[in-house]
Design a protein around this ligand. Structure first.
Ligand code: GLU
Length: 420
């Protein structure tokens, strides 16, 4: 193990990849190459704080693979960010883009910082300096960042502006998840949650379960992913019984009115104190009685300690890596239908791809068109993965990984190794 491979998330991702590689008899040279990222960049991000002092943060951009096309992946601002975590997430992006058939490789970026403690001005200065430090390595043909935990469309606007100032003209295609006014795509901010619910619809169909109020949904996380997953489930007529943010969760066994919860959240910036619901901790929330669980916050929340206590029949992984490798095994043995992250949350990067294509063509699509193309990719991929899992008698995560690795590996072998 070294500085790249030492983290839990990297180890987990590597285990899933290794199992798939064995199942499919992957070419050993391809396996060795995909086990590590193509390029890892570590930068110092000196940032002037509002009190005049200068703090130096550490930033990363890891490009795992560019075999299928330009690298693609979000930027995370969080205290836990480190090289190994970013590298694991970059590898996951390679498999995510490959699985859903995008002509893109995988990357991830991050800055080790608690963004909630920064003022808007500090966050802007940090973003601009970070962008400037990685700017030789990004661009519409090279590597296209996007939002992730702790970053949003405003952060992407600063990134786009900094890059554009450096090259001397507007380059909207350098980043996705931007505001609509500067080349963003309709439907991008709800796309990850929406996609995570599209696959729940498919799973309910497959398991011959009804799509009505009898289906209780629990969503962990109320950021862009969690809030839109809750909204889409609610709009579908399912009963969203619990949601949570970092401060904890709210639970009502009869179902929450998500429109009201959203209003409350935007006024109070927290779910805490929401009336008509009881407070639950984020840990207890995962174990609530429900049919569908959508963990959409951070990784590792379902682990060997609580996997036997999860009551859901279907888990749609809105977050990256919410279920550890050990826990996944327990859930599968218990017959829980787990839709893996790099399928369940691929809606974000799919609409990012649409945004990039629209930027390159300077021609923008309607929200209806975007959502229907998103649904088509999500459901087709779901059906392919399900078919593969049934044919080979393997779980969905393995089936998805085999499908994803196959596409990258075929492309790698066609391109060959440089130099020979
Ligand atoms: N951060 C998101 C993810 O983990 C989106 C990445 C993107 O749109 O490039 O999938």
């Amino acid at each position: 193990m070294d500085i790249i491979t030492e983290g839990h998330l990297y180890q987990n991702t590597l285990l899933t990849f290794t199992e798939a590689a064995q199942l499919m008899n992957l070419d050993p040279n391809v396996f060795e190459r995909l086990k590590r990222p193509k390029r890892s960049i570590i930068v110092s991000v000196p940032t002037r704080m509002d009190d005049g002092s200068v703090k130096v943060f550490t930033g990363y951009r890891v490009q795992h693979s560019s075999t299928l096309g330009p690298c693609k992946g979000g930027i995370r601002y969080h205290e836990s960010v480190n090289l190994s975590e970013v590298a694991a997430l970059a590898m996951l992006m390679t498999f995510k883009c490959s699985l859903v058939g995008l002509p893109l490789g995988g990357a991830k970026g991050g800055v080790q910082v608690n963004a909630t403690k920064l003022s808007r001005a500090e966050k802007q200065r940090l973003t601009r300096r970070y962008t400037s430090e990685i700017s030789p390595f990004i661009g519409p043909e090279k590597d296209i960042p996007a939002p992730d935990i702790g970053t949003d469309s405003q952060t992407m606007a600063w990134l786009m502006d900094t890059y554009s100032q450096e090259v001397g003209h507007a380059v909207p295609g350098v980043v996705t998840g931007k505001p609509i006014e500067i080349g963003g795509s309709l439907g991008r901010n709800t796309s990850t949650g929406r996609g995570a619910v599209f696959v729940v619809e498919e799973a309910l169909n497959h398991l011959k379960m009804k799509q009505d109020k009898s289906i209780r949904v629990v969503v962990q996380g109320f950021g862009e992913v969690g809030a839109s997953a809750a909204q889409c489930s609610y709009d579908l007529g399912l009963s969203v019984v619990a949601v949570s943010d970092v401060s904890g969760g709210i639970y009502n066994s009869k179902g929450l009115n998500i429109n009201q919860v959203k209003d409350y959240y935007s006024k109070n910036k927290t779910l805490k104190g929401y009336p008509e619901a009881e407070a639950v901790t984020n840990e207890a929330l995962l174990e609530l009685p429900c049919e569908v669980l959508i963990p959409s916050a951070v990784d590792g929340v379902i682990n060997s300690k609580n996997a036997s206590k999860i009551s859901a029949k279907i888990i749609s992984e809105g977050a990256n890596g919410p279920v550890t490798h050990d826990a996944h095994q327990i859930l599968i043995e218990r017959g829980i239908f787990v839709i893996p992250d790099f399928l369940a949350n691929a809606g974000g990067v799919i609409v990012s791809y649409f945004e990039w294509v629209q930027d390159l063509q300077n021609f923008f699509w309607s929200e209806k068109e975007i959502n229907s193309r998103l649904r088509e990719i999500m459901t087709t991929t779901f059906k392919n993965v399900l078919q593969q899992s049934q044919a080979q008698k393997i779980d969905l995560r393995k089936a998805a990984m085999v499908t994803a690795v196959k596409r990258v590996s075929t492309a790698m072998l066609l391109r060959g190794l440089y130099p020979q």
